[in-house]
Write a protein that binds this ligand. Structure first.
Ligand code: SAM
Length: 225
């Protein structure tokens, strides 16, 4: 019997051999079918409270460090900011301005509790939101795979990058079907973006947090940028 840890580790490792495995990752739609009401219900019921767990905080600290490296004191736009975990990490490091949007007002109500003069949170669907400016960092942390056409959305948002700006995309692999969908997205993104940096983490699970997670963060630049 092959355990889930091994499946996730194998999926994560398979990204290093995209040419061999490319034909496998061709999904056109994923397992996620969320509408706004479902996000509201789940955030209100505490279904996403784990986003502030120690493991998720480590993920956001790493992401914030990466944003700092590529966009020191930069203007940051986060799509699908949830309860504001990344903004909290960025605040500690001192960013010039941060705009976070999310479809869920219940999530934003919690994010706004930790706001400051440099941060703004807006309720808006990612698919139709028109950013009011241009940015040094545009972040999709565990959000891109909920959108109908992830690659098209990332291309659209890349038009709002400053000339030296970068996109930051993170996706956690949590199972086989989920993993194939996310690897299909990475595959599509390869046509439009070059990878400036990549960090892969594998968490095998522990007694306090039994679910294994394989997590990838990529820093991307448009190929024509
Ligand atoms: C898994 S949570 C991640 C939240 C946050 N980025 C983090 O890492 O803690 C996904 C977030 O994407 C938001 N989201 C999903 N679909 C969206 C859409 N179409 N437009 C805007 N936000 C969306 C959800 O409300 C939720 O807050």
């Amino acid at each position: 019997m092959i355990g889930k840890n091994w499946i996730l580790a194998a999926l994560l490792a398979s990204q290093s051999h995209p040419r061999l495995l490319r034909p496998l990752f061709r999904l056109k739609s994923g397992p996620y079918r969320y509408d706004k009401q479902q996000w509201e219900d789940e955030f209100s019921a505490g279904g996403w409270d784990f986003l502030t767990s120690p493991l998720e905080r480590h993920r956001n600290t790493l992401l914030a460090g990466c944003v700092d490296q590529y966009a020191p004191d930069g203007l940051v736009l986060e799509i699908g900011c949830g309860t504001g975990a990344l903004q909290s990490s960025l605040l500690r490091n001192g960013h010039r301005a941060y705009l976070g949007i999310d479809i869920s007002e219940a999530a934003l109500a919690r994010a706004k509790k930790n706001t400051d003069g440099r941060s703004t949170f807006l309720a808006a669907p990612a698919e139709t939101f028109e950013p009011p400016g241009s940015y040094d960092a545009i972040v999709f942390a565990e959000t891109l795979y909920y959108l109908a056409d992830p690659a098209a959305q990332l291309v659209r948002y890349s038009r709002y990058l400053n000339p030296d700006g970068h996109l930051f995309v993170s996706m956690a692999l949590t199972g086989l079907r989920d993993g194939f969908w996310k690897l299909s997205i990475w595959q599509d993104l390869r046509s439009h973006f070059k990878t400036a940096n990549e960090i892969d983490l594998f968490f095998p699970g522990s007694s306090t947090c039994p679910a294994a997670v394989a997590w990838t963060l990529k820093v991307l630049k448009p190929k024509n940028g």
